[in-house]
Design a protein around this ligand. Structure first.
Ligand code: ADP
Ligand code: ZN
Length: 206
C-alpha cells in the first residue's frame, strides 16, 4: 500500500503521518527530511539543494526525483510519501515507478493554520512541537530543553506558504483525479478522529 499525504504547513500532517506509518508499518518518506540529511552530511546533492531551500524555492525536479526513485528501489513494503510530489512532473515520475493507492488531503483553512503556526513552539533539543494554546512552560516536557519559535513561522510568511501549498496541491490533485483515489480529511478535527477516518479509508485498500 502506497499513500501520499498532502496538507498545508500547520495542518498537523507530520503528527498524523507518524501515527499512520506505525499503525500500517509503512516507510515514512519525507523529502524535506531526506534533503536535510544530505545537507548535514555535506553531500554534493546537499550543497546543491541548500541554495534553493534557503531561498524558499523548490529543489529542481530532477534532483528530487532521483533521490526518491533511489529510495523506493531500496525500500520493501508500503510507503507514505510526505512532502512529495510537489509538482505535476514529480507526480508523473512517481507513477512511472510505483502504484499509488490513496492521496489523503488534510483540508485546513488559512485561519486555522495561521493560529496553529503562530502559536507553535519547538524544542531546541528533541524537536517536539508544542502549541501555546495548551502549553505555557518555557521548557520541553520531554527532555527539559529550551523552546523556540521557528524564524519562518511569522504572520508575513504564513499566507505565502499557504498559497504556495494550494497551487502545488492543485497540480498534484489534477494528476490523480482520474484515478478516483483522492480523499479529503478535515484538519480541524481531533487527532484521534482524523486517524480513525484515515484508517477507514486505508482498511478498504488492504
Ligand atoms: P515544510 O517545512 O514547508 O513542510 P519540508 O520539510 O517538506 O517543508 O521541505 C523543506 C524544503 O525542502 C522545501 O521548502 C523545499 O525547498 C525543499 N523540498 C522538500 N520536498 C521537496 C520536493 N518534493 N520538491 C522540491 N523541493 C522540495
Ligand atoms: Zn525536548
Amino acid at each position: 500500500m502506497n499513500i501520499i499525504f498532502i496538507g498545508p504547513p500547520g495542518s498537523g500532517k507530520g503528527t498524523i503521518a507518524e501515527k499512520i506509518v506505525s499503525k500500517y508499518s509503512l516507510t515514512h518518506l519525507s523529502t524535506g527530511d531526506m534533503l536535510r540529511e544530505h545537507i548535514k552530511a555535506g553531500t554534493e546533492l546537499g550543497k546543491l539543494a541548500k541554495g534553493y531551500i534557503d531561498q524558499g524555492h523548490l529543489v529542481p525536479d530532477d534532483l528530487i526525483i532521483g533521490i526518491v526513485q533511489d529510495k523506493i528501489q531500496n525500500t520493501e513494503g508500503g510507503v507514505l510519501f510526505d512532502g512529495f510530489p510537489r509538482t505535476a512532473d514529480q507526480a508523473k515520475a512517481l507513477l512511472l515507478v510505483t502504484k499509488i493507492d490513496a492521496v489523503i488531503e488534510l483540508d485546513a483553512s488559512l485561519e486555522l493554520v495561521s493560529e496553529r503556526i503562530l502559536g507553535r513552539v519547538i524544542c531546541k533539543n528533541c524537536g517536539k512541537v508544542f502549541s501555546r494554546m495548551n502549553y505555557s512552560n518555557d521548557t520541553c516536557d520531554n527532555c527539559g530543553a529550551e523552546l523556540y519559535h521557528r524564524s519562518d513561522d511569522t504572520i508575513e510568511t504564513v499566507k505565502e506558504r499557504y498559497d504556495v501549498y494550494l497551487s502545488y496541491a492543485n497540480a498534484i490533485k489534477s494528476v490523480f483525479a482520474e484515478q478516483n483515489i483522492l480523499h479529503k480529511i478535515d484538519a480541524s478535527e481531533e487527532l484521534e478522529e482524523k486517524v480513525i477516518k484515515i484508517s477507514e479509508i486505508l482498511d478498504k485498500l488492504i
